[in-house]
Design a binder for this molecule. Structure first.
Ligand code: SF4
Length: 280
C-alpha cells in the first residue's frame, strides 16, 4: 500500500512486528470488526499492532476507557444473572470496582473521580431499568456474517425486544459526548452491527445507545438502502486489508492519540525526530 499524504515507515525494526505481520497474512479470512476496519483506514500499522499488542494498549487508553470497560462489564455480569434491576446497588458497585483498572488513572484523584462517576451512572441506570418492560433476549452477544465472501463480526451489549415488538441491539456508552441520533445514523460501528444482525435474522433491528453519563437513550433505524452502503464500506475496507502486503505505518498527527503508539517503531522514530528538532 502506498501512502502519499504522510510519512511512510516501511522497515520492520521490531522483530515482533515481523512475526505479527506474518500472522496477519495467514489469517486474512478472519472476521473483521468495525474497530479493525477503522484502525486500518487510519493507519494499516495500527491495525497490525492493535491485534497483537493488547496489554500495552490498555494502559495507553487511560481512565475513560477503563471506565467504559468496567461499567460495561458490571452491567453485562448483572444482566447475565437475572438483570440489572435484580441486583442490589451494592453488588453492582462492588462488581464495577472489582473490574475497574485503577492503573489506567494518572493519579489517585483521577481514580476517585472516575470511580464515583461510574457508580453514579450505574445507580441511575439501575433505577431506570426497574421501570422498563423490554424483554432481554441476549447479553454480550457476538454476531458474524459473510458479505461477498468476507467475514465480519460485531458484538451487542444487549439484545432486547421492546414493548412494541421491535428487536433492538444496544450498547453502553459512558462518554461525555455520546453519539446522538444524527451521529448514530452515520456511525459505522453501529451500522455494521445492525447490518450483521439483519443478515442473520429475518428482521432489521434498531440500534440503541444507552448514554449513561447524560442518562439518555438514543435509537437509530437504518433501511435496506442504508445497509447496502454500510456493507459496501465494510467490504471495501476488508478488501484493502487483504490486498495490503506490509501494513505500513502512516505516521501523522493521529499518532499522538494512537493507543498502540508505545509499540510502534515508526512513532518512536518520529518522536525522536520531533525531540531532536525541539518540538513536543
Ligand atoms: S503511532 Fe502512528 S504510525 Fe504508529 S500505529 Fe499508531 S497511527 Fe500508525
Amino acid at each position: 500500500m502506498v501512502n502519499t499524504e504522510m510519512s511512510v515507515w516501511s522497515p520492520m525494526e521490531d522483530e515482533n512486528e515481523g512475526q505479527w505481520l506474518e500472522q496477519v497474512r495467514t489469517t486474512l479470512d478472519r472476521p473483521w470488526t468495525a474497530g479493525n476496519l477503522n484502525d486500518f483506514n487510519l493507519c494499516p500499522r495500527k491495525l497490525l499492532l492493535s491485534l497483537f499488542s493488547q496489554s500495552r494498549q490498555r494502559r495507553a487508553l487511560g481512565a475513560s476507557q477503563a471506565l467504559q470497560g468496567a461499567v460495561r462489564a458490571a452491567l453485562v455480569a448483572a444482566d447475565q444473572q437475572g438483570g440489572v434491576g435484580e441486583w442490589s446497588l451494592e453488588k453492582l458497585r462492588d462488581e464495577f470496582l472489582h473490574r475497574f483498572d485503577k492503573a489506567a488513572c494518572a493519579d489517585s484523584l483521577e481514580e476517585e473521580q472516575t470511580e464515583r462517576l461510574g457508580i453514579n451512572m450505574l445507580a441511575r441506570f439501575q433505577a431506570e431499568q426497574r421501570g422498563r418492560t423490554a424483554e432481554l433476549l441476549a447479553v454480550d452477544e457476538r454476531y458474524e456474517a459473510i458479505f461477498e465472501g468476507l467475514h465480519f463480526a460485531a458484538v451487542a451489549d444487549r439484545v432486547e425486544r421492546d414493548a412494541d415488538g421491535k428487536l433492538v441491539v444496544a450498547r453502553y456508552d459512558v462518554t461525555s459526548k455520546p453519539p446522538g441520533p444524527e451521529r448514530l445514523k452515520k456511525e459505522f460501528s453501529m451500522g455494521l452491527l445492525i447490518a450483521i444482525v439483519a443478515a442473520t435474522r429475518d428482521e432489521i433491528p434498531s440500534g440503541r445507545i444507552y448514554a449513561l453519563r447524560p442518562g439518555k437513550v438514543y435509537d437509530v433505524t437504518l433501511d435496506e438502502a442504508e445497509l447496502v452502503v454500510v456493507r459496501g464500506r465494510a467490504i471495501m475496507a476488508a478488501r484493502l486489508i487483504q490486498a495490503d502486503t506490509d501494513f505500513g505505518a502512516r505516521a501523522g498527527d493521529g499518532c499522538r492519540w494512537c493507543r498502540v503508539r508505545s509499540s510502534c517503531t515508526a512513532w518512536q522514530s518520529r518522536r525522536r525526530s520531533l525531540l531532536d528538532a525541539g518540538g513536543a
